[in-house]
Design a protein around this ligand. Structure first.
Ligand code: AMP
Length: 236
């Protein structure tokens, strides 16, 4: 396999020969389709900074900020947070992460997709690939109801797979495992309805732009990462 180089700036330790690594990446898909897990893997493997608008909002809510309080009114009901609020967060983040990034769960509406396109165009750093994590409904339900996150390191685990009980310590750092407030059957119904109505149109939006790569996301994290990896490293 040829060694991989980033399209503009070299990543420390990578040799500039052979294929070109895609380094401006969007992860698109329904709740619990594995976006967060794959964002972590892409970051760990290639050193590309990953960010999740959902995690940013949870952090704002924990800190008790005005933005966090407004956002929680929506997230608690499984509704999307208004575009203006999300774009404010993302714009600020992009100021310090211009040329390379992995967006997990952003954009989630056509309005966000169009705004991101313009923001990146103005910077001369267009998106290079959008992964669509195609996931059957029964897999989503199972994952949402069994998902836990470490309150300390933020790593994601599944009860019954990597840990036996929610009360177990984090396998990576021994921190406390927590369930997300919105990972319940009742809130999931709202999140799926929002996804179908507002997020699914982005699949066609990115397909038209030739950026979409469809991933079979019901497979194991290893197999999903193998699919992601081959598309990221593919010659253009
Ligand atoms: P996630 O952690 O990606 O599952 O997001 C959790 C919740 O945060 C979602 O159900 C939405 O309420 C909100 N959220 C996260 N990202 C966005 C976004 N890009 N646009 C609107 N709402 C978002």
């Amino acid at each position: 396999m040829p060694s991989i180089v980033p399209s503009q700036h070299p990543i420390p330790g990578e040799k500039p020969e052979g294929a070109v690594l895609k380094r401006r990446i969007v992860l698109l898909g329904p709740p619990a389709s594995g976006k967060g897990t794959q964002a972590e893997r892409i970051q760990a493997t290639y050193g590309l900074q990953a960010t999740s608008t959902g995690a940013m909002l949870r952090e704002e809510a924990r800190s008790g900020s005005e933005l966090g309080r407004i956002a929680a009114r929506h997230t608690d009901r499984g509704e999307l947070v208004p575009d203006a609020l999300i774009l404010e967060l993302v714009q600020e983040w992009l100021e310090t992460h211009n040329g390379a990034f992995v967006f997990d769960g952003f954009p989630r509406t056509l309005g966000q997709g169009e705004a991101l396109e313009q923001l990146l165009e103005a910077r001369g750093t267009p998106l290079e690939v959008v992964f669509f994590f195609d996931t059957p409904l029964e897999v989503i339900r199972d994952r949402v109801l069994n998902r836990v996150t470490c309150g300390n390191c933020g790593h994601i685990f599944r009860v019954g797979l990597q840990v036996s009980l929610v009360s177990d310590p984090c396998p990576d750092c021994q921190g406390p495992l927590i369930r997300r407030d919105d990972d319940t059957e009742a809130v999931l119904a709202g999140r799926l309805a929002e996804y179908r109505e507002k997020t699914e149109p982005l699949i066609a939006f990115y397909r038209e732009r030739g950026l979409l790569v469809q991933i079979k996301a019901e497979e194991s994290p290893e197999n999903v990462f193998a699919q992601v990896r081959s598309a990221l490293e593919a010659a253009v």
